[in-house]
Ligand binder design. Sequence first.
Ligand code: 1PR
Length: 456
Amino acid sequence: MGICVGLQGLFEGSEESPDTKGLGIVPGNLKLFDSTEKSVPHIGWNSASTTQVPELTGKSLYGLKPTNKYYYVHSYAAPYESGQLDGWQVATGKYGKETFIGAISKDNIFATQFHPEKSGQAGLDVLQAFLEGKRLQDLDQVTSNTPSTSPSNGLTRRVIACLDVRTNDDGDLVVTKGDQYDVREKSTTSTSAGGGGQIRNLGKPVDLAKRYYEDGADEVTFLNITSFRNCPVADTPMLEVLRQTSKTVFVPLTIGGGIRDVVDTDGTKISALDVATMYFKSGADKVSIGSDAVLVAEEYYANNKQLSGTSAIEQISRAYGNQAVVVSIDPKRIYVTSPNATKHKTIKTVHSGPNGEEYAWYQCTIKGGREGRDVEVTELAQAVEMMGCGEILLNCIDKDGTNSGFDFELIRLVKEAVRIPVIASSGAGNPQHFLEVFKQTTTDAALGAGMVRVFS
Ligand code: 1PR
């Protein structure tokens, strides 16, 4: 059984590396998805349907169910036309106008382009069927069901649960939540070094991640918002959080915070790639880079858009593929009276500023929003796309923790600027806000963090 690149290797070759031969067990070549009208990589929940194979009518191939959704993350795929692969049983997905192979089988070979180990119960059933040698079962014996929410391009739009994790004043690792990035309770009696009240505590990271998974989150993201400066990198508590979480959570896990070149407590230099490798080995599927991305984008523009080849984004995407690298952007609105009042790209906003300003630009920040830089949000998004980032996690400091809905103007601006998927973040307060952002923008996914405070 092959999974993802394990399926791709069975083919004769791939546009990804034209000089490298595949095993040639399955005839045909893999092609890069067309990104003219859709985001690439293809990330998210899509079908693996056997409905076009007459001999599989009423049957399930290794637990696959045409109505189920499975988790895919890839840029190259095997295009499929009916009748093209004589003797092979094929399950397909559709992305925009392109039909591609989602799973393929013949004799004792089975391969999936999607990740069954990240596809919730539906995926676990596929693995179980393979392990038990249940090649064909009656379809009605396959019970798992994934909800099929309105697909865009065949791809379901993802709902992501985010956990901002840090140590509280007692030294415990907790899930917290900021209001415009301030994670301390508003308090008049100041008890802590930060000047506000206690760090908000929503619960323990591993327990909460499991709860979100069981409640149906399509992905879980951990943002480590404290740097554990006195702790050797290999002992970072987030590594253990990932190890524990991946035992019970079978959807993709992203980890952010501190993904950069670091100097360990004993003075050893550790590259961003090595830091990311530790996280991948502990169960992360993607790493998310924040501050470092802004700083390398500044260098990129200062050097006439020359790529250095050495940035964390480039190192990690070269080794693990673009789909493994997310850039988390923390922009905030700067209001101006007219587009000429700044050199940056502005929007005309329907939410005017404190002094009635009708224009704004989005300034990128670093260090958890504490330091604004002279980089505008689409400049950053385009620079990191060039470097090999596969997805943008688009926060919005003005909206964070307000539970007042997403910033559509920001999301539209960034979606228009890049071809990679965008995750809308900040402001979700209720399920309706997710429906609205999917209706009002073309965002590929939407993320909520503080909502749990409203519903728990
Ligand atoms: O700079 O690479 O070390 O990464 C640090 C990461 O930690 C960044 O992704 C940055 O966004 C995040 N971060 C740092 N400080 C804070 C803070 O809150 N003080 N939080 C922080 C990020 C934003 C989102 C939040 C959404 C949705 N919080 O994670 O989950 O705004 O919230 P909502 O649904 O409650 O409105 P680096």
